[in-house]
Write a protein that binds this ligand. Sequence first.
Ligand code: NAP
Length: 271
Amino acid sequence: MFEINGNTKICGLLGYPISHTKSPQLHNKWIRQYNKNGVYIPFQMCHLDKSFFDFLRFNDNILGLNVTIPYKQEVIEFLDDISEEVNYIKAVNTILKKEGKLIGYNTDYKGFVKPLFDLGFKSGNILLIGAGGASYAVYYSLINFLKIEHLFLINRTREKAEILASSFNFGNVSIIDKISQDLLNSCSLIINTTSLGMGKLADKMPFDLFGCENLCFTDKQIVYDLIYNPAETLLLKKAKQDGAKVINGMPMLIEQAKYSFEIWFGVYPDE
Ligand code: NAP
């Protein structure tokens, strides 16, 4: 049970649709666990406008928000300042109100790398599949936290892969149009940031798209799929069968939430 009073700090999730979100359960649990005077609530908005952000600025109880699909990019124009990583990632998933100003952060990039550290991954060739919004946080994380020998980048729309690569000052990158078995064998980490494997695309493997149906993984590789629902995509199923280590999107989802909580309440939930 929450005890809400005049000093209770309000944080929450901004997005649309968010009826399925588990974020309130997670954050409210940590709020209770760490004895914070706060509450986390959903803000489902079908469009963004200035008056909502003025409400956030002028309401003394507002501490900050998480931002999810479809507003991670659009929200930037309504904020007063952004942290350094947002310049590169071009998306905000956490807002902190500080001295009346709304500051945008991105914690996805830290959340992404944590499970790789946990598996002891440090360096090697990497194959990155996809060049949508989430791939920017992944790219930023890879070049800042890991020692990449070479990064191979592939996306359905090649132009978007080119824009992604040109957004970062990292030289050892090649944009490819096909994945050969030799190229795959040379990579120690394979990452899927596309939506292939979830929802209406649950019966698809990212490899199918590039005419590479019969590729095999090895037991020396890590295959990381950002998708968390389903917990095991066809890509991860195949990787597991071939003996590779696998990571789905759930640890990233939980870690990015922990870093948001830390930004608001100054505590990184250790659970
Ligand atoms: P996005 O901006 O819409 O990008 C989608 C990506 O998937 C693009 O590379 C797109 O290629 C590709 N794609 C979509 N439909 C395709 C199709 N039919 N055939 C081939 N390629 C297709 O989405 P996003 O925000 O980057 O999210 C991507 C995935 O990451 C989602 O599954 C999301 O759930 C997951 N995600 C997970 C976390 C986490 O915490 N675990 C965080 C963020 C995102 P084009 O560029 O050619 O369109």
